[in-house]
Design a protein around this ligand. Structure first.
Ligand SMILES: CC(C)(COP(=O)(O)OP(=O)(O)OC[C@H]1O[C@@H](n2cnc3c(N)ncnc32)[C@H](O)[C@@H]1OP(=O)(O)O)[C@@H](O)C(=O)NCCC(=O)NCCS
Length: 181
């Protein structure tokens, strides 16, 4: 497997758009999935795709919003038949190295997707927020994947996807602070 940056809207970009639509059918239509890929091809955003032979089997995007050295990782999708085989972990490792080389200090994102449940689901996060965040747990949830890759839960957006369905925010420091000598 190799990881390559996508820079133009070609057949590989179309494969990414299809994967996005397949992974998040509640969130995207065919045309908005294409728009999302086009957005990731613009400005200081990036798309990193995983290739097996020349076939795209997964991809992830990184976006620069208003922070100078923090980028958002979104989306990240591994094709269904390639999940739980270590592909996501390897893709994330490579992305972290590439972004670090570009001067990115923090990689952050929201991990919640429609249909995934954690101990925060159904809770009113305006009550005992920190306690609930500290004791967060789930049986199967993307945040468990990211936690294994060294990401910390740094917050949550209450009712982000719907009432009682928050988004769990995670982040990781990619580079240590340089000493002032
Ligand atoms: C989340 C996702 C990117 C993970 O990629 P992957 O290639 O399946 O993950 P890996 O095989 O590299 O998993 C690494 C570890 O995380 C664990 N893991 C992966 N997904 C998990 C999940 N949803 N819940 C719990 N653990 C998970 C694996 O079991 C593995 O554990 P191990 O090291 O103890 O064996 C992938 O499952 C996916 O595309 N999901 C649908 C889209 C999505 O949810 N994207 C994230 C939010 S934008």
């Amino acid at each position: 497997m190799k990881v390559k940056e996508l820079t133009v809207y070609n057949h590989q970009a179309k494969a990414c758009a299809k994967m996005l639509l397949d992974a998040f059918p509640e969130r995207y239509s065919k045309s908005t999935a294409k728009d999302e890929i086009l957005r990731l091809l613009r400005g200081e955003n990036h798309i990193f795709m995983v290739l097996e032979e020349d076939e795209v089997i997964g991809f992830a995007g990184s976006m620069r919003h208003r922070y100078p050295v923090a980028h958002e990782l979104y989306p990240m999708v591994i094709r269904v038949d390639k999940r739980y085989k270590g592909v996501g972990k390897r893709l994330l490792d490579i992305i972290e190295h590439r972004l670090k080389d570009m001067g990115v200090v923090t990689l952050y994102f929201g991990t919640d997707i429609e249909g995934c449940r954690s101990s925060l689901s159904g809770e009113d996060l305006y009550e005992n927020f920190f306690e609930k965040l500290e004791n967060i747990d789930a049986i199967s949830h993307p945040f468990l994947f990211y936690r294994k890759q060294g990401y910390s839960v740094v917050g949550a957006i209450p009712d982000a996807l719907d009432h009682g369905h928050p988004d769990i925010i995670m982040a990781k420091r990619l580079t240590e602070k340089k000493s002032d000598s």
